[in-house]
Design a protein around this ligand. Structure first.
Ligand code: ATP
Ligand code: MG
Length: 255
C-alpha cells in the first residue's frame, strides 16, 4: 500500500460506504410463451421498502413480469439479483426463501383447505425486517378471516378470498410483496380495506410491486411507476410525475 493510500484510509471521515444494493434488480429480462416474445428486455430496481406501480393495458406483460420475478415463469434471457446476489433461474420456493412473495392474479388459494389451513401451509419465518407475521398478526389485520377460520376456501366471498391470498403471502414473512390485481372484482368498501392494508405494510417497510387497474389509488400509494407497452418499459419514474401527466397516461395507458 502506498503512503497516500494509508493516509486516505486513516482519514476520520473515510471513503463513503458503498450504497446498499437494491433489494431486487432485474436486468434485460425476456420471456416467451412458445414463439410469442412477451417480455422484451425489462430493467427494474426495487429498493428496500420501496413501492412500484407496474402498469400497462391488458396483455402488455404485467403478470408475466411478476411471475418471472418470482421464478414461476423462467426468463428466457436476463438476470435477477436479490440483495446483489444472483437469483436468476431459481425456483419459486428458493426465491420465496429470499423474502419475495406473490399475491397472484386470481388469488391462488387452496379451495379445499380451510382458512386456517391455507395460512398454516404458507407459514415461514424470518424476513429480516424484525417483525414476524404469524397467524395472530394476520388475523388482527383481517378480522374477517378470524371469523372464518374453519371455513373452506370455497365458502369465502371474493373479498375474503383476496384477504386470505394476502394473508398467505404475509405468512411467508416477505420483504418484497408482489400484488397482481389484488383489488380486482371487489366491492368498493373491500377494495378500501385492501388498500389500507397495503399502506400498513408500506409503513412497516415491506417493499411492494403493485399491479392494479385503479390508477389514481395505485399512483397515490406508490413511490415509483413503470409502464409496460408490448413487453417493454415505455415509462419509468416518480409515481407523482405520472399522476400529474394526463397526456402521458392517455398515450401509454389509454385512460
Ligand atoms: N400461459 C400463456 N400462454 C400463452 N400466452 C400467454 C400466456 N399468458 C400470457 N400470455 C400472453 O402474453 C402476453 C402478456 O400477458 P400478461 O398476462 O403478462 O399481460 P397483463 O399485462 O398481465 O394483462 P392483463 O392486464 O390482462 O392481466 C399477452 O399477449 C398474453 O396473451
Ligand atoms: Mg395480468
Amino acid at each position: 500500500m502506498t503512503g497516500d493510500m494509508m493516509t486516505q484510509a486513516r482519514t476520520p471521515a473515510g471513503p463513503a460506504p458503498p450504497p446498499l444494493p437494491p433489494l431486487l434488480a432485474a436486468r434485460d429480462l425476456h420471456a416467451h410463451y412458445g414463439g410469442h416474445h412477451v417480455l422484451q428486455g425489462i430493467d427494474l430496481d426495487i429498493a428496500p421498502g420501496e413501492s412500484l406501480a407496474l402498469l400497462g393495458r391488458n396483455g402488455m406483460g404485467k403478470t408475466t413480469t411478476v411471475r418471472t420475478l418470482i421464478g414461476l415463469k423462467p426468463a428466457s434471457h436476463g438476470t435477477i439479483l436479490i440483495d446483489g446476489r444472483s437469483a436468476t433461474g431459481l425456483p419459486p420456493h428458493r426465491i420465496a426463501r429470499l423474502g419475495v412473495a406473490l399475491v397472484p392474479e386470481g388469488r391462488g388459494i387452496f379451495h379445499n383447505l380451510t382458512v386456517q389451513e391455507n395460512l398454516y401451509v404458507a407459514a415461514r419465518g424470518g424476513s429480516g425486517l424484525g417483525h414476524r407475521w404469524d397467524l395472530d398478526r394476520v388475523l388482527a389485520l383481517f378480522p374477517r378471516l378470524a371469523e372464518r377460520l374453519d371455513s373452506p376456501g370455497t365458502r369465502l366471498s371474493g373479498g375474503e378470498q383476496q384477504m386470505l391470498a394476502i394473508g398467505r403471502a404475509l405468512m411467508t414473512n416477505p420483504r418484497l410483496l408482489l400484488l397482481d390485481e389484488a383489488t380486482e372484482g371487489l366491492a368498493p368498501r373491500v377494495r378500501g380495506e385492501i388498500w389500507s392494508v397495503i399502506r400498513t405494510l408500506k409503513a412497516e417497510g415491506v417493499a411492494t410491486v403493485i399491479v392494479d387497474k385503479d390508477l389514481a389509488q395505485v399512483l397515490e400509494t406508490c413511490d415509483r411507476a413503470a409502464i409496460l407497452v408490448k413487453g417493454e418499459l415505455a415509462f419509468s419514474g416518480r409515481a407523482a410525475a405520472l399522476a400529474a401527466d394526463r397526456a402521458l397516461q392517455r398515450r401509454l395507458l389509454g385512460v
